[in-house]
Ligand binder design. Structure first.
Ligand SMILES: [Zn+2]
Length: 225
């Protein structure tokens, strides 16, 4: 099987499956999963039948790959924190420290250490921010939960529990505030009706530009496991 289809890098993976499927990995390679004994002609037909899908998603995959190319927990790499990209320095200390746009990791650190640190920061930052905004907007909530959600930044359950993803710690404070206002307003309306958005706008007149930032940077949700 050739390694390119219509100029797009392809990797075929033979699996114990009865059907063909495909997805792009984070580097923009099309990964095609096929049954163990699938003939090459079946694979080619499958690709040809989905030409349009492949084109559209390839463009998105490349944009994603470019956006996070420099994000790496290694010397000289970048990591997103509160809307800024911190420069990574791997030093010898026993804990992660941060100053003047530089984040210093102990020797041998990688993504796991960064994620652990983000989760710790989230537990300090998000609940107190939620309490503050709840007080200033006069909308109460019952409980707060830090989640690892990748599909949404936050959610609000009917019993009044507000869940916020630790992944929010990569976003600017203004965008985090918007997510909190959004979830608090679900205490008033459990839907995305006109009435709901009116409540959001009253409390945060410039919410649209903050929401736009989150929409444009949703790739941050898929950055780490
Ligand atoms: Zn919502």
């Amino acid at each position: 099987m050739e390694e390119k289809f219509a100029g797009i890098p392809v990797k075929v993976e033979y699996k114990k499956t009865s059907r063909l499927s495909m997805t792009f990995d984070k580097d923009g390679t099309l990964i095609v999963s096929v049954p163990l004994r699938a003939p090459e002609s079946d694979i080619l037909r499958f690709l040809n039948d989905h030409r349009r899908w492949i084109r559209i998603h390839y463009t998105q995959a490349v944009a994603f790959a470019e956006a996070h190319e420099d994000i790496k927990v290694e010397e000289g790499g970048l990591v997103p924190y509160l809307g800024e990209n911190l420069t990574v320095h791997i030093g010898g200390r026993s804990r992660i420290t941060m100053a003047d746009g530089v984040i210093v990791f102990p020797e041998g650190s990688g993504e796991d250490e960064y994620v652990k640190w983000l989760k710790k920061k989230a537990k300090e930052y998000l609940p107190s921010k939620l309490a503050l905004i709840s007080e200033s907007t006069g909308i109460p909530f019952r409980r707060t939960r830090i989640s690892g959600a990748k599909k949404s930044w936050g959610s609000c359950s009917p019993d009044g529990t507000i869940s916020l993803s630790w992944r929010l710690m990569m976003c600017p404070p203004g965008a985090i505030d918007y997510v909190i206002v959004h979830e608090l307003c679900h205490r008033l309306h459990m839907d995305h009706s006109k009435e709901f958005w009116a409540e959001v706008e009253v409390r945060m007149p410039d919410y649209k530009k903050r929401k736009k930032w989150l929409d444009a940077n949703s790739f941050l949700m898929d950055l780490f496991e």
